[in-house]
Design a protein around this ligand. Sequence first.
Ligand SMILES: Cc1ncc(COP(=O)(O)O)c(C=O)c1O
Length: 476
Amino acid sequence: MTIYPNEIWEPSSDYHTRTGKLYSEAARDHLWMHFTRHSTFEGHEGRHNVPIIVKGEGAYIWDDRGNRYLDGLSGLFTVQVGHGRQELADAAMTQFGKIAYFPLWSYAHPRAIELAERVAHYAPGDLNRVFFTTGGGEAVESAWKLAKHYFKLKGKPLKHKVISRAVAYHGTPQGALSITGIPAAKTMFEPLVPGGHKVPNTNIYRAPEHLRDDPKAFGLWAANRIAEAIEFEGPESVAAVFLEPVQNSGGCFPPPPGYFERVREICDEYDVLLVSDETICAFGRIGDWFACNQLGYVPDIITTAKGITSGYAPLGAMIVSDRIFEPFRNDTTYFPHGYTFGGHPISCAVAMANLDIFEREGLNAHVRENAPTFRAALEGLLDLPIVGDVRGEGYFYGIELVKDKDTRATFDEAECERLLRGYLSKALFDAGLYCRADDRGDPVIQLAPPLTIGPAEFADIAATLRTVLQGADAHL
Ligand SMILES: Cc1ncc(COP(=O)(O)O)c(C=O)c1O
């Protein structure tokens, strides 16, 4: 038997709630969806129903009308091993039978201990200490608090500011939101935690013109902007730099060659902690347990979540070097921070079983072997006038859409509205591909499918994108 959470709740197979409403109607009337414009679902019939996903199997999901979609985003960059894995349900059930819940507040339980040991083993360098959270934003929040606390213990109490990159997303708690570089996600919540400063990201497609054809020089230029920001703010006041290995928001910006090498040097020079936010990039997304392993740098802290359980249960983690943990070993010192559900036993049990699947099926190697074919399938779309750039790593790509390929001119706000929300998002879904059309930076289509897929699915994804993108002109 395959267990899907919704099947437990469905009173009947015709997708009505207990009050007799269709799920889509009850969702419209009662459910507050995240980052969602609810007006989309008001006062319309059919076309604007809330999409209800009822089932998943492998790389595919089904809606309540029986339509099948390729899950081109792994839910939300999360379902690495694909949907419907019975052994993850079994691992949860086994743990339920032992102890369903206990906190990590001065006590521990076997699954958190095993998982901490295993994650430390996969992590680079001396990153041996694992602090569990329930998600990525909490991990980022924890890392900023830890950086502040660490420097107070080390006699540098003024170090509290953080540097991160334009358009990067690091989560929604108010500290993590200060680190986030997307003005639209922040404006309504100002004033946020003070001390978040931004530097340019590594989008070489939009780099200063003299650097566009020289990735190495661009990498050095982009890294040096961090040194410059530290100098501007005062090195005595800067605690940490938060960077994703491959930045998601804006559409997959891989680091140019030499970038992280130089960032590491800068952080060492100014005694600033390097935090690798691998909420998306860890656990196989670019073909390694941690992306920093593959990209050849050792951060002081890794933050992660999502793929650690493939999303079958909520879990995040902050992984910390021995050096940073050292002052917390002593006397009465402790980190006054935690979450009721951080390191939940069920989530940790599911994570262990998830990582077993990774090892047994060689998913990291599978991603490394197949990534060039995936990239080639997407690069095949570069002949379309609307496709300006295809970029990414592993099973993680962004396709930037442009108005004019020669000048790289982008769409204005009204055009983005018509193109992304008026057409692309729905057209891609209707054509059987769940992915994301996003304009937090320049307009992009984001892809991050389950790590289990191969050339046949890559070809399907590319074919669907081609058909839908060819129809885009009519909607501008
Ligand atoms: C890089 C990065 N950091 C943090 C977060 C926030 O994670 P969560 O939604 O689990 O809080 C995300 C979410 O996508 C992310 O991509």
